[in-house]
Write a protein that binds this ligand. Structure first.
Ligand code: GDP
Length: 362
């Protein structure tokens, strides 16, 4: 699972990406067509449940879940027609599972805005239009191919023609595909085309240092817009976060306190991104490590085991499962077992967020 960071040039994408991945890589220049190759990084998803589990099962280390991020360089107006590095960027967006769009809500006369003024909703619309135009192109290209195959009586192709037409009709009303309803089969087809406006999106409002909670009008505009299109918004001050990310533990706590933040905004962002991607965590807990593993909501026990190792999925026998609440009540796995609260689950078990598991396998 990975999320791609997109946005117009100079909105703070690279600053945010560097802060998220704590890379101290050289900041990109203040220039519209920077960062040509996508940068990839991994960010951990903070989860207080790890600490709570480790109060009872004391491990050598805690391992949080991780999310892969790709910094996709600036889309510009006309990208779908090849402007800027247009199609190259779009190809990268097709490959990610969710989009994090950074929108500029900070005022800084030293940082040039590509369209001359700071207007985050207009920026969102600019990008959305490019993505919609690119999706239309993709669909139109696929349509003629599918129609040719459908003529020979191919059932699958006929179905594709229908889905493509349905999507095109929706896009031509200036609506992204995100809110369209598809059945299971259609969903599969839609995702096979990598349609960008069908991907879940999260708006990252890059706020001023004096508006960390995003109470200003610009962020409010973004929230109103997001509510209409069914997306969420996380306010982050990329500049401050990148400064925080470079500090060691002690200085970081002090700086956060000084800024009046309970945690880095990036933590909230990582969690929100995880949610947008439809992900949840389960845990394994032992003397070596207490660890969060990432699975899609709805994953079965064998699929969850497969995240640790593919052999675990193939040779899956059963899972022993308990919850953090059980652990907090009975204080140890041994006591959970004695109390008859250790559940034995088979192949069909659908994992619940926060399950603590042992897998038995061949
Ligand atoms: P990108 O083109 O979207 O990747 O933008 P960058 O991350 O390279 O940022 C463009 C410029 O905006 C840089 O000079 C950053 O230092 C500056 N910048 C980024 N985030 C903030 C912020 O939150 N506040 C202010 N004042 N400047 C920022």
């Amino acid at each position: 699972m990975e999320a791609g960071i997109v946005g117009l040039p100079n909105v703070g994408k690279s600053t945010l990406f560097n802060a998220l991945t704590m890379s101290k890589a050289a900041q990109s220049a203040n220039y519209p067509f920077c960062t040509i190759e996508p940068n990839e990084g991994v960010v951990s998803v903070p989860d207080d449940r790890l600490r709570r589990i480790s109060q009872y099962i004391v491990p050598k280390k805690l391992v949080p879940a991780a999310l892969k991020l790709v910094d996709i360089a600036g889309i510009v107006k006309g990208a779908s027609e090849g402007q800027g590095l247009g199609n190259k960027f779009l190809t990268h967006i097709r490959e990610v599972d969710a989009i994090l769009q950074v929108v500029r809500c900070f005022d800084d006369p030293d940082v040039i805005h590509v369209s001359g003024s700071v207007n985050p909703v207009a920026d969102i619309e600019t990008i959305e239009i490019e993505l919609m135009l690119a999706d239309i192109q993709t669909l139109e290209n696929s349509l003629s191919k599918a129609e040719r195959t459908a003529k020979s009586g191919d059932k699958d192709a006929k179905q594709r023609v229908e889905v493509i037409k349905k999507c095109l009709a929706h896009l031509t009303t200036d609506q992204p595909l995100r809110k369209m309803e598809f059945d299971e089969n259609e969903t599969k087809l839609v995702s096979s085309y990598g349609l960008m406006t069908a991907k879940p999106i999260l708006y990252v409002a890059n706020v001023d240092e004096n508006d960390l909670e995003g109470k200003g009008k610009l962020v409010q505009d973004v929230r109103d817009f997001a509510a209409k299109v069914g997306a969420s918004v996380v306010p982050v001050c990329a500049k401050l976060e990148s400064e925080i990310a470079e500090l060691d533990e002690a200085d970081r706590a002090e700086m956060l306190e000084g800024a009046g933040l309970a945690e880095p905004a990036l933590s909230a962002l990582a969690r929100e991104a995880y949610k947008v991607l439809g992900l949840q965590s389960y845990f394994t807990a032992g003397e070596m490590e207490v660890r969060a593993w990432t699975i899609p909501i709805g994953a079965t026990a064998p699929q969850a085991a497969g995240v640790i190792h593919t052999d675990f999925e193939k040779g899956f026998i059963r899972a022993e499962v308990y919850t953090l609440a059980d652990l907090e009540t009975y204080k140890s796995e041994k006591e959970i077992r004695s109390a008859g609260k250790l559940r034995v689950e088979g192949k069909g078990y659908v994992m619940q967020d926060g399950d603590i598991c042992h897998f038995l396998f061949n």
